[in-house]
Design a protein around this ligand. Sequence first.
Ligand SMILES: N[C@@H](CCC(=O)N[C@@H](CS)C(=O)NCC(=O)O)C(=O)O
Length: 124
Amino acid sequence: MPILYGRHLSPYVRKVLMLVEAGGIEITHRNDITPFPPPAELLAVNPRGKIPALKDGDLTLGESSVICAYLERRYGPSGLYPEDPEAYARALWFEKYMGRVSDARHRARVLSAGTGSSIWKTGR
Ligand SMILES: N[C@@H](CCC(=O)N[C@@H](CS)C(=O)NCC(=O)O)C(=O)O
């Protein structure tokens, strides 16, 4: 059974959990794993130390989109991704865009911490 590492407070973890629920996919969820700082068992699965991370047998994966793509192909379909090629491409585009927006805000917040910079408020 796949093991998903990462506290559900992470939007990226919640994305995977949505797909898991929609697809009726059985997983073990390690909700106790947080990345601040990353424990050794998380680093063993995702050397970047980020959540979510997935272990399925010998396979280890990071990146929520990659994890979703794998679970879809291996255990799906979840019904969350459209069948139509054009709609599917748009869904992937939206997913990638939203992930980058969130990443950028997170990075900017971290970088501006303690500097008084309000760059993160632009949301770009
Ligand atoms: N692009 C990654 C983003 C994952 C991510 O940034 N997760 C955050 C928690 S919400 C994290 O692990 N941060 C720890 C860090 O940046 O060191 C994905 O989609 O999985």
